[in-house]
Ligand binder design. Sequence first.
Ligand code: KIV
Length: 259
Amino acid sequence: MASRMTAPRIRAMKEEKTPIVCVTAYDALGGRLAESANVDLVLVGDSLGNVIMGQATTLGVTLPVMQHHVRCVATSCKTPLLVADMPFGSYGGQPGIAFDNAVELMRSGAQAVKLEGWYITEIGMMVRAGIPTMGHVGFTPQSVHVFGGHRVQGKGDDGDAIVDQAKAIQDAGAFAIVLELMPPELAQRITKELTIPTIGIGAGPHCDGQIQVFHDVLGLTPHHFKHAERYIEGESLFESALKQYCQAVREKTFKVEVE
Ligand code: KIV
């Protein structure tokens, strides 16, 4: 078995110009598939609020829910770096709250955490205490109501502010940063100006790596997002297999073998 990917190794991949492959996973099956596909980094994303819980936003995802899914993925995901998202409300306020919650996610099986936005004190505190931390700028889904919907960020004057945020997150000690929903030129500029890897989603091809939501890549969502290429139409394949099963049971052609 290959040795576990680490945060310093992910960082080094930028210098080596090796593209970094990242995907989300939420359960043991996702972890196993990411493992066998040789993914570099698996994120237990709070996007599970959308794709697992069926909610419109990620705001309903709590720390115990994240811990539960981290434990599930950790059972099968042994080689990729396993990163846990810090959910809405688990940071902000007192910096110590972020630290305590990050510790809980690490104890559940994560090797690193990710948080959205410009939380410099929190990132510094976590990194100093031994918790590799990823940043996330651009469109940050936990702030969907501030943005007024799923909107591309940094199209105008706010581009410079996003560059400054990314630099501050790097200076605080983050080992990598997600760039979500921003013009490709802005993502390219950030990628050039930072020494830590940029991981894009809806941010064009110039990032050091890409991350995709498991269900999007495998065609397991009803929506076709522009930023997500579907490599298989999973939902219709599963549906057709389930229909075959229903038919076999109803027509009494289902083969039952006793173990
Ligand atoms: O929760 C998530 O899946 C994420 C990715 C979209 C980066 O944060």
